[in-house]
Design a protein. Sequence first.
Length: 586
Amino acid sequence: MDSARWRRLWAALPSLVPLLVVAISGVAVAGALHKLTYALLGRDQGIFQYVAWALGRGSRDYVDLHEINGPLGPILHMAIMALGGADEHVFRSVDVVASSLVFFTVGAALPGIAATATDPPAGWRARVAWGLAAWCALGAQYVVFGWWDTSQRESFYDLFLLLSIAAQLHASRPAPGPGGRRALWALVGLTSVLTWFGKPTFFVFTLLQLAFAWADRRDPLPRRARFAAFAVGAAVAAASMVGFIVARGSLRGFVDIVLIESPRLYQPIWQKSIADCYGIWNNAPKLNYVLATAVGVAALAASRRLPVRFFLVAVPLVGGIVVFFGQGKGFPYHLHSATAGTRLVWVALLVVAAERWAAPAARWWMAVPVVGAAAVGWQCQQDASLSSYAKSDWDVAGATPEARATEAYVRRFPWDDFFAWDLRRAAKLIDATTEPSDRVQLYGMDPYLLFLARRLSASPYFYSFELNVDASLEGGSGGRPEGSAREYIVAAARRHADEMQAALESRPPAAFAIVDHIPFTYPADSEVDLAQHCPVTYAWMLERYRRAARFGGVRVWLRNDVYDRAVASGALPPEPPDADPAHQQQ
């Protein structure tokens, strides 16, 4: 090959390397993401759907709703529902589109990540190519998570984190270029601090971002200007979230429930040892990639061959490890930050390899980024093609809304303690036998039933583990509460039961929905569990309500007058529900 052709090939290499990743894995990733849009929503998504819907109908957060999460999750669900996200396929589609755009955006910010002020700025073609490569890499790691673990609050908050990383990369570019750096730093602060109001643990990522901002000496903007702009964005984020809480709820309730009570009451339930977090729920394969990449990043940092700015892409990886093991719950979806950060580091390393080694003085080094791109592309192709989505026929079986509403389709998404079809049947009965203004009391952990029935909760308590605190008292492999911590949990349960009973007496609900096998005590008969842990409420219910139907793991009790009206209208049969095979678990 003559020298002119070599020069053209070397000049094109930075754009050809990412396209190799896309060529190998793009079709598989796109197919898996498409099928993901046909998955049902699980428990956690259903919780936020109900909270968002209830807030839209006048309920006050942290007052009428004893919600243990920050306001960002419900706000996002309200926004998605405004786009038609009450339909699960639409909801999932919005998630995939938003995630794809963010994955592309952070990838497009990577070219020039290790550049100096004398290097030419990356062109738009290179940014598009690397944006597509990042979409493949981050999309592939996303579909490694099953349907239960996607469209989770952690995956949504990661989108804000990735946008913040992309803005910081662009704001700190050493090469001369257009202005707007202060605005970008404000965007960094805005998107980073917003996540605190989803999960307070996300402050770890912000601290790491600020550490890199302090250490980066190549940033043309002075430190004082960077931090001032960041503070402006952070203030806007905090003000908007606090403003929402004040307008739609109670700031004091938010502090009491989310920041004080939640860690003391709920953390012991899931507290696991580091070993359990590593091995449970098939976390180990994901963590092996994460930890191996973290070791590689540490080795690169020790070599000091790359500028501080490069290691900004490792913030989701390093922070994700800290947050995952720090929470001590071991839930797979808590790994979203760490796995996304792992793939982002891979792509960033390819960028450096392609840009540094595409030089006429080192021809044979051209093989390094090419081989690396092939390896990353192959891994992405494997992740996508072997995912549960790629192996499913959900897009065919659920091609229409009518098909997705059938029992055959819903039962394609089994889960040990989440009865998707039973919840739907119970919601249909409640909708048919009660008025839209009526309220329903849930004893379970799935207010998604209330969302499906379009009925508000009769009390602020729709999580049974706020009333039955046996799991909190028992603790996990990571520790058990003792002394004053134990006393606090018991007192909180009594207070919750009294507050629930007062709400029921002041406005008797039209129905009770009682769900069996509830996490985290998993009672076989939740009516017995309710009688044991809330005896006053159970006795009050027995005097005024009758069991109307049982749908597998979900039992519905109707107030006496509502029951009689339902029988008279033909909405219920006159026979006792346990004698009617139609009301038994199929």
